[in-house]
Design a protein around this ligand. Structure first.
Ligand code: PLP
Length: 287
């Protein structure tokens, strides 16, 4: 029997139920979810799940897509159409569909809602429970793998939004030790007081920016002293120059951090020279 899904106000056979490719859940993991156990066609622990849903949504500043009562009706109707009594009900609410941009859509869009229901074989799960299961341990690394260019970009999206609300172009993450790791969608650099070009080393939990890597080469070829060494926001403010790199920004001078001028608050010559050299090289080697 074909399963029925609820997607943004419509019920459709699961195989034909689709979300927009620019859904922020798909693009940025900018979404939350809940799962209810279904016993005899009824949602278990409703209060706990609705309360957590509302909390998760409010933490991300996504509005409840509809009232609890309306949502309960949608969940129940999806269950009914699937004719499932014992199972799981899955709800996902994303911030909605908008042109891809880390920051929230400037004009708010309605949250996108998906509901699916799956059947659970109670006899099988009871047998499993009776036998018991084993577990393995794994390092707690949620999410210490910023080296992977994953679409799990929710922290980046939240950071970018913070930047936007402060009238800034980028947010720099600062680690527990007080050092800048990287930007929400770029790598971070300074030209320190001694004229040394510094950017975070890749042993840190950062994305290995391709522009960063090329620019390290470009800078060395240009005779600059380069160190992959951490710096603090204070050091960045006291530096001669700062800039960010990325395929989108290329080499982009940074003139202020948290409202404080970097150096004299003007675009510096080193960043602009590196920008020019990087673009020249990128154009010459593009395929
Ligand atoms: N760091 C993060 C978190 C990014 O998302 C990006 C690019 O999107 C970068 C760094 C820069 O990487 P690249 O130079 O490969 O574009």
């Amino acid at each position: 029997m074909s399963r029925i899904a609820y997607v943004n106000g419509r019920f459709a056979p699961k195989m034909q139920a689709v979300v927009h490719i620019e859904d922020r859940g798909y693009q940025l993991a900018d979404a939350v979810y809940e799962v209810w156990a279904l016993f005899d066609g009824k949602l278990a622990d409703p209060e706990g799940h609705f309360a957590r849903l509302e909390r998760s949504l409010s933490e991300l500043r996504i509005p409840m897509p509809m009232s609890r009562a309306a949502l309960t009706t949608v969940l129940r109707e999806t269950v009914r159409r699937n004719r499932i009594r014992e199972g799981l009900v899955y709800l996902q609410v994303s911030r909605g569909v908008a042109r891809r941009d880390h920051a929230f859509p400037a004009t708010p869009v309605p949250p996108a809602v998906v509901v699916t229901v799956s059947r659970v074989d109670r006899a099988a799960t009871e047998a499993r429970a009776a036998a018991g299961v084993s577990v393995v341990t794994t390092p707690e690394n949620r999410w210490g793998r910023c080296d992977i260019k994953t679409v799990g970009l929710l922290p980046n999206a939240l950071a970018k939004q913070k930047a936007r609300e402060a009238g800034a172009a980028e947010a720099w993450f600062v680690d527990d030790l007080g050092f800048v790791t990287e930007g929400a969608s770029s790598n971070a650099w300074i030209v320190d007081g001694d004229g040394v070009l510094r950017t975070r080393d890749t042993n840190a939990n950062i994305l290995r920016g391709v522009t960063r890597l090329s620019l390290l080469d470009v800078a060395r070829e240009a005779g600059l002293k380069v160190e992959e060494r951490p710096f603090t926001p204070d050091e960045a403010v006291a530096a001669k120059e700062a800039f960010i790199t990325g395929a989108g920004t290329l080499v982009l001078p940074v003139v202020a951090i948290d409202g404080r001028n970097v150096g004299d608050g003007k675009v510096g010559p080193v960043a602009m020279r590196l920008r020019r050299l990087y673009i020249e090289r990128a154009k010459a080697t593009a395929i």
